[in-house]
Design a protein. Structure first.
Lengths: 796, 366
C-alpha cells in the first residue's frame, strides 16, 4: 500500500522526517518496502514564464522562446510545442536535469543552429500522466523560479506491506494512529464537514441476508455533478498508485484508501425498486466493473434491485449501475459483510479487489455511520447535490471483545520488562480500554486480537522489539549429545560415500511429467497434482531414476561426456488412511562415457551393468546392509534391460536395491543416448544394524597357520549362475574353505557347445595343523563332488 | 712362479678388456674352472715337497684371490652397465596424463543441512522430519489457518484431488511448520527440534522455484520467551556464517501460527556488488535483509498439538535453506540448484571430506 507523506500529515501532526517515519513503521510492524521521492525525479525542473516566442529561422515546427526561470537573464529555449506562446507559464527543465519519462539528461545544445538552454516539458515527459499534446500550462499565479516539485506538491511516497491481521491499517488513518501510539506525533480527529440533509431516503434498503450482510446503510444524494476530481484528491490517489477516474468514484476510493472503508455508489437512474442485500440465485449472472461476467450461486451475497444484481457484495460493483459523467442522482452504500463469506465468494469466483481484501480481513464495525457521513460530506462539498436522511438496515457487530490480561505476561512471553503504567498507556493509545483490574476492552476494528498474547504483541511492538534482550537457552551438562537418528546418520554417511566414489549429488524436482512417472510406476498409484505449475511438474516421483535420467540427458545435450549422478530423496506412494508413504531412496545414473579415450586405454569406454553393481554393493555396504548375504535375483523392472539387470535381496522378498542397464525403450522414452546404467537403493528396506550401542569390535584372532590357495577349473552348463557354483564350492567344507572366488570365465574354442569354463580360486585355512597331502586330496574331492551336483565337471 | 705372474697379468688385462658377460665367463672358466690354469696351478701344490709348497701356496692363493676379485668387479661393472642400458630403454614420458579417478561432490543444500544439524545439535536440537505430501489439517488448520483464513490463499498451495480418511484435503506442504505439530503430538514437551526439508509453492521466477528447502526450528518448554528466540537466532547465524558481527533487527510481523510474530532482518554490507552478511544495517554502505520468520508459538497451535498452553510455551522459526546456502557460498540463481548441471555441481558442490564439525568449523572454505 502506498501513500504520500502529505497524505499522512492530513491525519497526523508530526515533524518527523520521512526516514524517521519509515524507521518507526518498521519498528512497529508495518514493513516499509520502499520510499520514492518524486522531488528527486523532478530536480532541475522549475516554474517558468515564456516572455517571447518567435518562429525558428530554419524549422517550420519549432519556436524560439525567451523564458524567465527566475535567473537574472532570460534563457533562450527552442521548443516544438504548438501551445508555446508568449505570456504563458510552464515547466522548464534546466541543463543537468533528467527527464523522468525517459532518463535523458538535458544539455545546453544547438537545435538547427539556435542555442537552447533547456526544455519546456509536457505532462508525459515528467511522468505525471499521459497528456502529450503540448507543454504544461500552469496558472498565472504560479511563482516563477520556484522548483516545480515544490509547486506541484510532490511529496515522498512510502510503500508499506500491511500484514493480513491488520485491516485497520489498510487506510492511511490507521497507519497514522499506530504511528501516534509509537510517539511519532499526534493523531488528528476525523473531521466530518457539515452538510444538510433533506427528506427521507426515497429508496427502500433492506438486508434479506443478515448472515452475509448484517448491516446495510445508505442514502441518496440528488443533483450531483460528476466531474474531474480536485488536485488534492488526484495527487493522493496517484501517490497510492491509483488512476483518478471521476469525482464520485475517486471519493469512494479515497474513503477506502484513507480510512480503510470500502463504499459503493450506484447511479440511482439505473435502479428499480428496493435495493436489497440477499443471496444470489444459482446461475444468476452479473457483468462486473472489470467488464467480466460472473455466474453466481446461492452461497454468495449480492446487492440487487427488483430487476438484477448490481453488486457482488463487498467485492465488485456491477457495470450496469456504475456512475458515469451523466450521473446526477446516486445511492450511497456502506455495509458490513461477513468476512468469511466474502473470502469464500472471492475464492470461488477467482476475483480479487481492494474492497475484498479489506472486507475479507474485517473492516471497522464502528465506522459505518461516520463513514457514510464523511462520504456524503465530501460529495456535497465537491459535487454538490442534496442528501437524504440515512437508512439503516440491520446492524454491525457491536459486542467488543474483553480480554483478561496479566501485565506480567509481557515479561513472561515477550522477554522484556515494561512498567505497568507504560503497558496501560500503550494499549490506551491504540484505543483499547483498560480497567483497573486489567480487563482490556478491544476496539471493534481489531479483529486480530484473540487473547492475551496479542496484547503482549501490541505492547512489545510499540515499546520496541529492539529492547528485548537476548537470553541464552539452558544447556544440558557436558558436551552436546548426538542427535541424528540411525536413518539420518545412514543417509549422511551414504551421501559422502557416494561423493567419495566419484558421484555428483543432484537435487531433482519431486514432481515429474506424468508420462515419465508412468514409465516407472502404475499410473493409478501416482500422486498427481490438481494445479501443477506446468505439465512437466505434475506427478510425484515413484522413482528417483526419471529425474536423474532427465538430468543426465540435459547434461549430455550440453556436451558433458560422462555423467555419474546420484540423489538421496523420497519416492511418493499411497499409504494408510489416504496419507502418503514416502520412502527414502538413493538413485544413481551412469551415462555417457565411463572413461574418455586415452593414450593408454585406447577407445572411450561405456558404463556397463557391473559398474552399476559395484555402486550398488559398495553403497549398500556403507548403509550397513549385510552384503555377504545378499542374493542376486531378477525382476529389476520393465525399465531395465531384461538380461543385464538384477535385484539385490535379503531373502526372496525383501528387495534392497535394483541395478543394471536401462532398457533401450527407456532410453528412447527419455530421449537419451544409451547405454545408461542405473541403481536404485531402497533405504527403508535395509534392516537396522545389529549390536547397536556397542563400540568394541569382536576380539582380534588372526589364524596362526598360513592359508593356502588351490585353483579349480570346471566345465559347467552355460546357463549356470557363477554364484551357484561358488556357493556349492564354499559349502563343500565349511571349516577349511574360507573363500572362493571366480578368476576366469571362458567359452569358445576348446569348450564344448552349451558349456562354459569357470575357474575358481579356493582359499583353505588350516586349523590345528598344516595340511598333509591326504587332507588336501580329501578337500579337493569334496569340492569336485559338490560342484558336480551343479552339473560341473573338473577340466582335465 | 714368474710364469704364473705373467699369466696373471695377461688374465687381468683380458678381464679388463672383456666387454660382455659371456667373454667374462669364458675367462672365469679358463682361469678358475676345473681345468683353468689357476685351478691346475693349485693342484700342483699337492705334488710339491712341503718346503716348496709352503712358499708357493700363498703366492698361488694370492693370484687366485686377485683374479677372483677382478672377475667379480668386472662382472658387477658389466651388469650395472647392462641394467643402465635396459633402464634407458624403459624411459616413460611422464608428462603424459595419469589415469584419473572421477571426482564426486555433495550438493550445497545437503552440505548446509549438515551444517545446520551440527550447529543445532550443539544447542540441543534434534532433527525431525515429516511427510511432504501433507493434509490441510497439519499444513493449515492446526497452524491456526482455518478454511477461510486469508493467509491460506497467500501460500500458493499445490493441491491433490485426493482426501485422506478423515476427509482432509491432501496437498504439498507449503512450509516445514507441520513438522512442529507432528513432533509435539508424537514427542510432547519439552522439545527442541529443527526440521529441514523440501517445501512447495506454486511460484516460479528468478528467485522462486516451485520446490525449495526450509528449516523449521521449535523450542517448547515452560519458560521460553522472545529473548530466547533472539539469542537462538543470533547464536545460530553467528555460528553458521562464522562471524561475530552478525547483527539482527527484529520487526513485529504476522504469522497465524505465532503470537507475537517477529520477522528477522540481518545487517549486511554490499561489497563489489555482493551481499556480505555482518555489521549494522544502518551503517553507511550497509542495509538490512529479511531472512527469517519467527515468533512465539500461538497458544491455539499448542492446543491443536495436544499440549496445555497454560503449561507450555515456546518459539518457532523458519528460514530458507537454499537462501542460506546462497548467502554463505555466493550462488546467485536459485533455479540452478535443481538443474543438475554437472558444471555447477562441480563448481559449487563440496568434497565428501568437508564434513561439518564444530572443531574444524562448520563451513567449508572456498
Amino acid at each position: 500500500m502506498k501513500f504520500s507523506l502529505t497524505w499522512l500529515k492530513d491525519h497526523l501532526y508530526t515533524d518527523a522526517s520521512v526516514q524517521e517515519i519509515a524507521a518507526a513503521l518498521n519498528r512497529i510492524g508495518i514493513e516499509v518496502e520502499g520510499i520514492e521521492d518524486p522531488a528527486e525525479k523532478l530536480a532541475g525542473f522549475r516554474v517558468a514564464k515564456v516572455l517571447t516566442a518567435v518562429q525558428h529561422p530554419d524549422a517550420d515546427k519549432l519556436r524560439v522562446l525567451t523564458v524567465d526561470a527566475g535567473e537574472d537573464d532570460p534563457l533562450q529555449v527552442v521548443c516544438g510545442a504548438s501551445n508555446a506562446r508568449a505570456g504563458m507559464k510552464g515547466v522548464l527543465g534546466l541543463p543537468g536535469a533528467v527527464v523522468p519519462a525517459n532518463g535523458m539528461e538535458l544539455r545546453k545544445s544547438a537545435i538547427r543552429g539556435v542555442e537552447s538552454n533547456g526544455m519546456m516539458c509536457s505532462v508525459r515527459e515528467l511522468d505525471l500522466g499521459d497528456e502529450h499534446r503540448g507543454i504544461i500550462e500552469l496558472p498565472d499565479d504560479a511563482p516563477v523560479g520556484t522548483s516545480f516539485a515544490e509547486y506541484h506538491g510532490a511529496s515522498p511516497v512510502i510503500d508499506v506491506a500491511i500484514t493480513p491481521n491488520r485491516p485497520d491499517c489498510m487506510g492511511v488513518y490507521g497507519i497514522a494512529r499506530d504511528l501516534a501510539a509509537a510517539g511519532l506525533g499526534t493523531l488528528k480527529p476525523i473531521a466530518i464537514p457539515r452538510f444538510e440533509t433533506k427528506g427521507a431516503c426515497p429508496v427502500e434498503i433492506r438486508t434479506d441476508d443478515p448472515e452475509g450482510c448484517p448491516a446495510f446503510y445508505g442514502r441518496v444524494v440528488k443533483g450531483v455533478t460528476n466531474c474531474a476530481s480536485p488536485d488534492w484528491l488526484q495527487q493522493r490517489l496517484i501517490s497510492a498508485g491509483q488512476r483518478p477516474i471521476s469525482l464520485l468514484v475517486d471519493l469512494t476510493n479515497y474513503l477506502m484508501l484513507a480510512y480503510g472503508r470500502p463504499a459503493h455508489v450506484y447511479d440511482l437512474a439505473k435502479l428499480t425498486g428496493a435495493v436489497v442485500a440477499r443471496r444470489a440465485n444459482d446461475g444468476e449472472q452479473v457483468l462486473a466493473l472489470n467488464e467480466k461476467t460472473y455466474t453466481l450461486d446461492g452461497s454468495m451475497t449480492v446487492i440487487a434491485d427488483e430487476r438484477q444484481v448490481h453488486d457482488i457484495a463487498g467485492i465488485m460493483g456491477g457495470e450496469h449501475s456504475g456512475v458515469s459523467g451523466d450521473t446526477t442522482d446516486v445511492l450511497l452504500e456502506i455495509a458490513y459483510f461477513d468476512p468469511a463469506r466474502i473470502g469464500a465468494t472471492g475464492r470461488a469466483l477467482g476475483l480479487t479487489s481492494d474492497a475484498r481484501t479489506r472486507f475479507e480481513r474485517g473492516v471497522d464495525p464502528a465506522f459505518l455511520d461516520d463513514g457514510l457521513d464523511l462520504l456524503t460530506a465530501l460529495i456535497f462539498e465537491h459535487a454538490g447535490g442534496i442528501a437524504s436522511e440515512k437508512v439503516h438496515a440491520g446492524a454491525p457487530p457491536a459486542e467488543p471483545k474483553v480480554v483478561a490480561f496479566d501485565p506480567a505476561l509481557t515479561a513472561r512471553l515477550g522477554g522484556v520488562d515494561v512498567p505497568e503504567a507504560e503497558q496501560r498507556g500503550i494499549l490506551e493509545s491504540l484505543d483499547f480500554k483498560v480497567s483497573a483490574d486489567w480487563q482490556v476492552t478491544c476496539p471493534l476494528r481489531r479483529h486480530d486480537i484473540e487473547g492475551a498474547a496479542d496484547l503482549v504483541e501490541e505492547i512489545v511492538r510499540i515499546h520496541g522489539l529492539d529492547k528485548v534482550a537476548s537470553v541464552a537457552l539452558t544447556r544440558a551438562d557436558g558436551v552436546a549429545r548426538p542427535t541424528a537418528t540411525p536413518q539420518q546418520a545412514m543417509e549422511r554417511k551414504l551421501r559422502r560415500a557416494a561423493a567419495a566414489r566419484g558421484l555428483n549429488e543432484a537435487v531433482t524436482w519431486s514432481f515429474l511429467p506424468t508420462a515419465d512417472a508412468e514409465h516407472f510406476a502404475d499410473g493409478s498409484e501416482l500422486w498427481v497434482l490438481e494445479n501443477p505449475i506446468s505439465e512437466d511438474m505434475k506427478a510425484m516421483r515413484p522413482s528417483l531414476l526419471p529425474g536423474l535420467i532427465n538430468d543426465a540427458k540435459r547434461n549430455l545435450d550440453r556436451g558433458a561426456e560422462g555423467l555419474r549422478q546420484f540423489e538421496i530423496g523420497r519416492r511418493y506412494f499411497r499409504g494408510q488412511g489416504g496419507a502418503s508413504d514416502e520412502k527414502p531412496t538413493l538413485g544413481v545414473v551412469l551415462a555417457g562415457e565411463k572413461a574418455a579415450r586415452g593414450w593408454a586405454s585406447g577407445k572411450a569406454t561405456k558404463f556397463d551393468a557391473y559398474d552399476a553393481k559395484a555402486e550398488a554393493m559398495a553403497l549398500l555396504e556403507i548403509a550397513g546392509a549385510p552384503v555377504q548375504n545378499l542374493m542376486v535375483m531378477g525382476e529389476a523392472g520393465a525399465q531395465f534391460h531384461p538380461g543385464q539387470s538384477a535385484t539385490l535381496r535379503l531373502g526372496p522378498k525383501n528387495v534392497l536395491a535394483r541395478f543394471g542397464m536401462l532398457h533401450p525403450a527407456t532410453c528412447k522414452a527419455f530421449d537419451i543416448d544409451g547405454p545408461v546404467a542405473a541403481v536404485e537403493i531402497f533405504l527403508d528396506a535395509i534392516p537396522p544394524r545389529k549390536g547397536g550401542g556397542s563400540f568394541a569390535r569382536s576380539a582380534y584372532a588372526p589364524p596362526s597357520l598360513q592359508a593356502v590357495t588351490r585353483d579349480f577349473a570346471f566345465l559347467v552348463p552355460a546357463g549356470l549362475a557363477a554364484s551357484e557354483l561358488v556357493r556349492a564350492v564354499k559349502g563343500a567344507d565349511k571349516v577349511n574353505i574360507v573363500d572362493a572366488r571366480v578368476f576366469d570365465v571362458f567359452a569358445g574354442q576348446g569348450v564344448p557347445e552349451g558349456k562354459k569354463s569357470v575357474a575358481i580360486e579356493v582359499t583353505l585355512q588350516p586349523q590345528q595343523a598344516s595340511y598333509k597331502d591326504a587332507d588336501l586330496k580329501a578337500i579337493s574331492e569334496a569340492i569336485v563332488a559338490a560342484a558336480a551336483k551343479q552339473g560341473a565337471e573338473l577340466r582335465g | 712362479m714368474t710364469e704364473l705372474t705373467t699369466q696373471k697379468e695377461a688374465t687381468l688385462a683380458a678381464i679388463a678388456a672383456a666387454h660382455t658377460l659371456d667373454a667374462l665367463e669364458e675367462l672365469r672358466v679358463s682361469t678358475l674352472g676345473k681345468k683353468g690354469w689357476v685351478s691346475l696351478a693349485l693342484k700342483t701344490l699337492g705334488t710339491m715337497p712341503p718346503q716348496e709348497r709352503q712358499q708357493a701356496a700363498p703366492a698361488i692363493q694370492a693370484i687366485r684371490a686377485e683374479v677372483t676379485d677382478a672377475l667379480t668387479a668386472r662382472k658387477d661393472a658389466l651388469e650395472a652397465a647392462e641394467l643402465e642400458a635396459q633402464l634407458a630403454n624403459e624411459r616413460l614420458d611422464l608428462t603424459l596424463p595419469a589415469p584419473e579417478a572421477a571426482r564426486g561432490s555433495v550438493h550445497p543444500v545437503s552440505q548446509v543441512m549438515d551444517e545446520l544439524a551440527e550447529i543445532f545439535a550443539d544447542m540441543g536440537f534434534a532433527v525431525a522430519t515429516g511427510p511432504e505430501i501433507e493434509d490441510d489439517w497439519h499444513n493449515f488448520t492446526a497452524l491456526n489457518m482455518n478454511e477461510s483464513h486469508p493467509a491460506r490463499a497467500m501460500h500458493d498451495t499445490f493441491y491433490f484431488p485426493d482426501r485422506d480418511a478423515a476427509g482432509n484435503r491432501m496437498l504439498l506442504r507449503t512450509h516445514t511448520s507441520p513438522v512442529q505439530i507432528r513432533s509435539m503430538v508424537s514427542q510432547g514437551a519439552p522439545i527442541r527440534i529443527i526440521a529441514p526439508g523440501r517445501v512447495y509453492r506454486s511460484d516460479s521466477d528468478a528467485t522462486h522455484t516451485p520446490m525449495f528447502h526450509q528449516v523449521e526450528g521449535l523450542v517448547i518448554d515452560r519458560d521460553i520467551h522472545l529473548g530466547h528466540l533472539k539469542w537462538t537466532l543470533e547464536t545460530f547465524l553467528k555460528a553458521f556464517f562464522e562471524r561475530d558481527d552478525i547483527l539482527l533487527r527484529l520487526r513485529p510481523s504476522y504469522f497465524p501460527f505465532t503470537e507475537p510474530s517477529v520477522e528477522v532482518d540481518v545487517g549486511l554490507e554490499v561489497v563489489d556488488g555482493r551481499r556480505v552478511l555482518g555489521g549494522d544495517g544502518n551503517a553507511p554502505g550497509h542495509g538490512w535483509m529479511e531472512l527469517l520468520g519467527s515468533g512465539m508459538v500461538n497458544r491455539r497451535v499448542i492446543e491443536f498439538a495436544g499440549l496445555d498452553p497454560d503449561e507450555w510455551q515456546g518459539f518457532a522459526f523458519g528460514v530458507g535453506v537454499d537462501r542460506l546456502a546462497m548467502l554463505k557460498y555466493g550462488m546467485d540463481d536459485l533455479r540452478a540448484f535443481f538443474d543438475g548441471d554437472v558444471r555447477w555441481l562441480n563448481h559449487y558442490g563440496f568434497s565428501h571430506l568437508d564434513q561439518p564439525t564444530l572443531s574444524a568449523g562448520v563451513g567449508a572454505g572456498a
